[in-house]
Design a protein around this ligand. Sequence first.
Ligand SMILES: Nc1ncnc2c1ncn2[C@@H]1O[C@H](COP(=O)(O)OP(=O)(O)O)[C@@H](O)[C@H]1O
Ligand SMILES: [Mg+2]
Length: 452
Amino acid sequence: MVKPVHQGSDLQNKMDEAATLRTLNAFAVDLMSIPTVEDLFWYVAQNVVGRLNFLDCVIYQANDAQTELVQVAALGEKNPFGRSILNPLRIPFGKGITGQVAESREAIVSNDILLDENYIADTKAARSEICVPIVCGNRIAGVIDSEHPAHNAFGDAELEVLITIAALTGAKMMQLAEADRSKRRYHDLVEAHAQLSQEATNRRALEAELFTARKLEAVGRLTGRFAHEFNNLLTVISGNLEFLEEDIPNGIPAETLAAAQLAARRGSEVIQSMLTFSQRTRLSPEVAELNDFVKAFCAEPKNVAAELVQLALGRDIAQVNVDLDILRNVLSSLIGNARDAMPDGGIIHFETANITHSLRDARQLSSTLAPGHYVRLSVSDNGEGIGQDSLQQIFDPFFTTKPVGEGTGLGLSMVLGFMQQSGGAVEVRSDVGKGSTFHLYFPTAPDLERLC
Ligand SMILES: Nc1ncnc2c1ncn2[C@@H]1O[C@H](COP(=O)(O)OP(=O)(O)O)[C@@H](O)[C@H]1O
Ligand SMILES: [Mg+2]
């Protein structure tokens, strides 16, 4: 059944053989520079038809499951358009001559396919067909198929040539797959390295945060003890001043007593801030709507004076459970700072929003914040902003950039202590020359119950 096509003189046969060998050699050399499997298939089809004088060439690739062949390249009369296959043929393993070759991994040469039970009739009748498997390691990678309108068109020579082409194609596919694997491995390595660097950076940031937290805790303990003792002394002083007020002794002017009382009150405010910072205050939380609270706070002229106030209060803001008296001090302190940062006036912007804090975005929000639901109250100004150096220290007790007598450096440390004692957190964002925003995170009322 298998017959040579070219039946000429011995010399003619030898010359044909030499030419074919040269073509195969050139083909093998050119293969080295083929970059992708897709290019490879088309390159093989072009050589089979253009250089090796087959009338047509169709290449099918096997799927990963090794159950189906899909047409990936076709050249010849049936596909004159070059690199475009409009409707790629799909042939199950075992079906037709190509399917048989894929399943058995054995080449088939059929020289009168009209008599072949495996032949799948086509629009353009062919009489001879040759099909060889492309094997890649222990898998079938595809098949190379060629048809001819005459019978007895293919013989040993054609079979040998196509088997050689298929072997070279299989070897090239293995090489491309290996190159692909090492590219992926390299990519994975680069990614792993980037991840490691990111983790190292995160760890350093966490260590810095931990250091700050420990430092504040130590200062807080000291301040707490001191403030507690001092508070007792102040209570005695204030009590006695009140006692004197009822019956001012002769020779003491009323102003002297008033000045002493004012100083005691100021002292008491400072001590209260210190106690709040060191979380020694007994909180009296109540369930509240922050939007209502902010509206009422801003409506009082003594709270916000010359500044322009903007409100951007979110809808359906969850309820919180918070000590409103201390929250009033907190807002006053933030507004006082904003006012100092805008000596020529400016805008104070209040905003509320519901926030869900999950472990995934742990780096975006304060790492001291437990995952859960929060209401965020933000207070922004368009003042001078805070430089990078100060930003690290503004929550430290007694840190102030204001002249002696104007700043105590206790406002923000009081805000920090209060927010932590309330199960929340405070964060600051600032751009020098543009302004600052203080975000206060309050656990929602149901979440707070869950946390306690
Ligand atoms: N809104 C703000 N804009 C610019 N700087 C601010 C702002 N809030 C706080 N600061 C800086 O943080 C420092 C500490 O603030 P705070 O603890 O309230 O103490 P004080 O107001 O007594 O200085 C301030 O001295 C100031 O440098
Ligand atoms: Mg202040």
